[in-house]
Design a protein around this ligand. Structure first.
Ligand SMILES: Nc1ncnc2c1ncn2[C@@H]1O[C@H](COP(=O)(O)OP(=O)(O)OP(=O)(O)O)[C@@H](O)[C@H]1O
Length: 602
């Protein structure tokens, strides 16, 4: 750690975290930008595809030659050449598919890795307003949708186009009249396909959004299944989730309708094309303008380009889904992330200054505005308060007073709308976030546990801690009766969201984690709310033992936790309305007196 103390300086204004406008639908430029790192692999796939196309394109010429020079038997040279071209084309196509599929997998992995890293750093205020299930859907389903079509789809589209162009040139060499007929029909078909295909794009985005919404509703319901059952809301909530599935169905029906129109139209148009080419071709053969071999070759080329043209329609509708997904992926990538300013520095602080000092700090949650007077009120207003080093400060106040919000600002989950927060004299905006957070052990209000074992959860705070140290921390919070039992407990799974533990056990696990971290600052948010009196006493003893060595700020709803504190801050409606010791506040603050009278529990 360097020892340069950063002098309090004018800090940059808090970055705005207002909701970003929805991004415009993604298009080809976005796809090309994302695919740039894979261009050499895609070029290789393209080259393989083109060579395979060239081998295929030569085949009708050999057939034409064999038909026109037919004299009782087909020449062995023609058969050998055809076989070689067939096998060569097949091998090259297989190689092309392998390269494309692997590139697709790599693209999906890289995109997911990028999204994961980004989402883990997205500002908490932004995550608050986004649906967790929907974010998970973007990471899984949307990346998969984008993968196939953007990697293989684009290359296949390109090779098909080359195949069409090459065949058209060769068809022109065979017969200009037949070509004019074919091209005019194909142009009508392609124009119609394009017009219908464009309409499928919004439907694709609608479908992906509806799927994300369904995922979000479902994930939330799974997390609240006990409440749903206990409130006899099972049928109602199941209907709500089914309603979301119905929206997916509607969007799916819209795409299915467009797809059916596309495919039918393409099929009929190509059939008509074949019939008219055969009819006009027969007339031209009869008139001696065309040989039978040339007509056969022309029809083979027509069949060769019929497949890509027929696929063009379904490719367009698949692209609709892919671009819908890409739009949703780009929206995640555009979510603002936590970044440190360029000139941040680790410092040892300014000696003799409070651990935390807030100066005229106001804060309004992102997305809440004056236009919404009931909800738009700032959560904190003009808060000026100092938390002395090595002392225990209790923060009390009625529900919604802004106590947890205060902790969120100390952790820099949010930036104050105005005012300054200093940590040991340094403006927190001048400190690296990880450094600041590394100085704080934070026990959250509902003490969430991460899926995994007790050990996994303990090591979050102190990655290098040994099993003995972990067991000792469990013993201290009364989570195990003996050291041996504590060590065995380390391998216990806590379940998703810690559901295999009781609320009190989760709280004590979180406290044990905070103890292991041995950070200079301890933030405890209502840590005794789920504890029985025995365990409450255990936690109070810990706070008492730590007092002096650590700066402790504790949000408490129990009087017994508060009276022992060195100082008490009373918050009401986002303002500090009083500060002092228990005895001082009993006379000075009517609100504190009332809270204390009610044992602080509301
Ligand atoms: N993530 C959020 N987004 C928007 N508003 C929020 C958010 N979290 C809290 N609020 C609002 O901010 C205000 C202060 O909430 P806060 O959780 O800080 O209160 P508290 O004093 O900790 O309450 P409690 O004792 O009930 O936990 C409340 O009006 C609350 O509705």
């Amino acid at each position: 750690m360097t020892t340069t103390a950063v002098q309090p300086a004018a800090a940059p204004p808090a970055p705005a975290v207002e909701p970003a406008p929805p991004p415009p639908p993604a298009g080809f430029p976005d796809a090309f930008r994302l695919l740039r790192p894979y261009r050499s692999r895609m070029l290789l796939a393209g080259a393989l595809g083109l060579t395979a196309t060239a081998l295929t394109a030569v085949q009708p010429l050999i057939v034409a030659n064999a038909v026109d020079s037919f004299a009782g038997s087909v020449s062995a040279a023609s058969v050998t050449a055809l076989l070689a071209l067939l096998i060569g084309g097949a091998v090259l196509t297989a190689l092309q598919q392998l390269v494309l599929q692997r590139t697709g997998e790599r693209f999906a992995f890289d995109t997911r890795a990028r999204l994961i890293r980004h989402i883990y750093r997205v500002r908490i205020g932004v995550l608050d307003r986004n649906d967790r299930g929907d974010l998970a859907a973007r990471l899984t389903g949307d990346v998969s949708h984008t993968q196939s079509i953007l990697s293989s789809g684009l290359v296949e589209l390109a090779t098909s186009l080359v195949m069409v162009v090459a065949s058209v040139v060769l068809m022109a060499l065979i017969d200009g009249v037949l070509l004019a007929l074919a091209v005019s029909v194909i142009c009508v078909v392609v124009a119609a396909l394009y017009a219908i295909g464009r309409r499928t794009r919004p439907a694709g985005l609608r479908s992906q959004n509806a799927l994300g919404d369904l995922g979000g509703t479902f994930t939330k319901a799974l997390g609240s299944m006990r409440t749903i059952r206990a409130t006899v809301s099972t049928a109602h909530e199941a209907d709500r989730a089914t309603g979301k599935a119905a929206t997916v169905l509607e969007a799916g029906y819209a795409i299915a309708g467009l797809r059916a129109v596309l495919q039918t139209f393409t099929g009929v148009a190509l059939q008509l094309l074949l019939i008219s080419v055969v009819a006009v071709g027969a007339i031209r053969v009869a008139a001696g303008s065309l040989t039978v071999g040339q007509l056969s070759a022309f029809l083979m080329y027509l069949l060769l380009i019929a497949a890509p043209i027929a696929q063009f329609g379904s490719l367009l509708s698949m692209m609709a889904t892919a671009f819908g997904s890409l739009t949703r992926i780009l929206a995640v990538e555009n979510m603002p992330a936590e970044t440190d300013d360029a000139d941040v520095a680790v410092t040892s602080g300014i000696p003799g200054t409070p651990t935390f000092a807030l100066d005229e700090v106001s804060f309004r949650y992102p997305g809440r505005t004056d236009a919404d007077p009931a909800e738009g009120a700032p959560a904190l207003r003009d808060v000026t308060v100092a938390f002395a080093e090595g002392r225990t400060t209790a923060v009390v106040g009625p529900s919604g007073a802004g106590k947890s919000t205060l902790f969120g600002l100390l952790e820099r989950f949010y930036e104050p709308t105005s005012g300054t927060i200093r940590f040991r004299g340094d403006d927190v905006r001048r400190l690296p976030r990880d450094y600041l957070r590394g100085q704080i052990a934070y026990v959250e209000q509902d003490a969430p546990a991460l899926p995994g074992t007790i050990r996994d959860n303990l090591l979050l705070g102190a990655r290098a801690a040994s099993d003995q140290e972990c067991a000792a921390a469990l013993l201290r919070v009364n989570l195990a009766p003996t050291a041996a039992a504590a060590e065995m407990f380390l391998d216990t799974q806590v379940g998703e969201d810690g559901t295999l533990l009781s609320g009190g056990e989760r709280q004590r696990l979180a406290i044990a984690r905070a103890l292991l971290a041995e950070s200079p600052v301890l933030l405890l948010d209502e840590v005794t709310s789920n504890l029985d009196s025995n365990n409450e006493k255990v936690v109070q003893d810990i706070i008492h033992a730590k007092s002096g060595a650590q700066s402790i700020i504790v949000i408490a709803h129990r009087l017994s936790t508060v009276v022992a504190a060195d100082s008490i801050v009373v918050l009401d409606g986002g303002r500090v309305v009083a500060q002092g010791t228990h005895t001082e506040l009993l006379t000075a603050s009517p609100l504190y007196r009332e809270l204390a009278h009610n044992q602080l529990l509301d």
